[in-house]
Structure formats: C-alpha cells, structure tokens
Design a protein around this ligand. Structure first.
Ligand code: ADP
Ligand code: MG
Length: 250
C-alpha cells in the first residue's frame, strides 16, 4: 500500500509531535520510531504527557502539530480513516471497560463481528484461541463481574488482539490492579512480546520495563529527556532528572 512500508520502516513514527490543551503545552516536540517486533517502554513522572502521547497515536486526541505515522497511515491527516487505523492499533487502558452484560468470550468477539463484519463462527474460534492465549481457558462464559481485575484486563487484551493489530499500545494497564493479579497481566504481555508483537507500553513497573523493553524513553514535562536500551538507562542514566525519577521508583 505504501512503497515506504518495508519491513525495515518504522511501524510507528513520531516527528516533532506537539499537543496543547488551551495554553498548556503537554507534548513539546516528541520524536521517536518503533520498529516491527520491538518493545518500547515509556516511563516518567505523572503529568509528563505519556497518556496524551498514547492517545495521539491512536487518534483519540488530535495533535497540535507534528507527524504521526502508523503502518504508513498519517494519523493527523484530516481525511484519516479512523477504522483503518484502529484495525492496525490495539489499545489497552488502565480501565478495561468490558461490557458488563456480555460474557468474556462475547466481549472478545464483538469488534470483529460488529466493526469488521467478520463471520461469527470464524470469529468465535479465534476468540476461544485468544482466551486460551491469555490463559483464561474455562472463563469464556464468565461475566466481567465474576472475574478478578487481572482477569478482566486479560480479557481486554484478548479483545484488542481479536482485531489482529500490527501494534499494541498499553497505558499503565496494571496500575489499578491488586498486586497479586499484576503478575499474570505482565506475564501475558511478556508472552505477546516474545511472540513478536510490536508493543508500546507506558508503565510504572520498572523491573518489567527493564526486563522486556528493547528501548526505554524517559519523559518529563512533555519532552524525551533521555532514552536508550534498558540496561544503560536504568544502570547509568545520564540526566539528573532521569536519575532522580529512578531513585524514587526503583
Ligand atoms: P501522564 O499520563 O504522563 O500522567 P497525561 O498525558 O495524562 O500525563 O497528562 C499530561 C498533562 O495534560 C496533565 O497536566 C493533564 O492534566 C493534562 N491533560 C490531559 N488531558 C487533558 C485534557 N483532555 N484537557 C486538558 N488537560 C489535559
Ligand atoms: Mg497517564
């Protein structure tokens, strides 16, 4: 579809992205690339603009200026085909927002059937495989209210995967979970990453970021302060702001 879209081309590309809410400039020139199969983590203090950034990539928030490309799609294009973008980009938030009156399996099946118009039987087979993949085999018929927070979050991940995205965005997906269910969600994300899914994660789980990321970006007040492979960033941060942040969270 795009000549530039070779295997080497970044699947996500941001060039000098800026975003203001009124007079508050929340993103002040963010540029980075994510390549296919890479796991990229964004860390930084609350209020840095991390959620805004993730929301801009998925066109939930319009950028003020700059360029965002996802799988060759120009996200800031006024003629953006939002559905085309959403097929490429899966997104999981802190609030999983499952439909409470639908079973786990039905939640996973909904978008492919209702948004993409895919055939029910094929969708169901895939949804069952995805429930298995997120280690929830046996919970297909449970309603969200009957599942733990961690289980609901894994249903939300399966629901995103059902659209067969090229890239998954995760925004603090374990932040609202009980400590004992955090691990199982992180394990699911780790398996996805190991399977080769391109993942862009905002996380405050520093040990997890250190373990799974190919590259880590430290952001503060709307700019990338410093970035690098996790071993270097966590062990030998160059910038005082990064060191201060890490000393508070590690
Ligand atoms: P983070 O995820 O790093 O904590 P956010 O992207 O949520 O940061 O927020 C960055 C800043 O932008 C905060 O000051 C927040 O209050 C502000 N902000 C976020 N969304 C909006 C909005 N829709 N309208 C106005 N201000 C917003
Ligand atoms: Mg946030």
């Amino acid at each position: 579809m795009h000549d530039a879209l070779t295997d080497d081309a970044p699947i996500v590309q941001l060039i000098d992205v800026r975003k203001s809410f009124g007079t508050l400039e929340v993103l002040r020139g963010i540029s980075f690339d994510v390549r296919r199969g890479e796991v990229v983590c964004i860390i930084g203090p609350s209020g840095s603009g991390k959620s805004t950034l993730i929301r801009c990539i998925n066109a939930l928030v319009p950028v003020t200026s700059g360029t965002i490309r996802v799988a060759g799609i120009e996200v800031a294009d006024p003629k953006l085909d939002v559905l085309a973008l959403r097929r490429r980009v899966g997104m999981v938030f802190q609030q999983y927002n499952l439909f409470p009156h639908k079973t786990a399996l039905q939640n996973v099946m909904m978008a492919p059937i209702h948004v993409l118009g895919q055939e029910r039987r094929a969708v169901e087979a895939r949804a069952r495989a995805l429930m298995n993949k997120v280690r929830l085999a046996g919970k297909e018929d449970a309603y969200p209210g009957e599942l733990s927070g961690g289980q609901q979050q894994r249903v939300a991940i399966a629901r995103s995967l059902a659209m067969r995205p090229d890239v998954m965005l995760f925004d603090e997906v374990t932040a609202a979970l009980d400590p004992e269910t955090v691990k199982e969600v992180l394990a699911t994300i780790r398996e996805l990453a190991e399977d080769g899914m391109t993942c862009l994660l905002v996380t405050h789980e520093m040990n997890f970021a250190r373990e799974i990321a190919d590259h880590v970006y430290f952001t503060d007040r709307g700019v990338i302060v410093e970035h690098g492979p996790p071993d270097r960033l966590f062990a030998a941060a160059q910038d005082e702001r990064t060191r201060r942040f890490l000393s508070q969270v590690l």
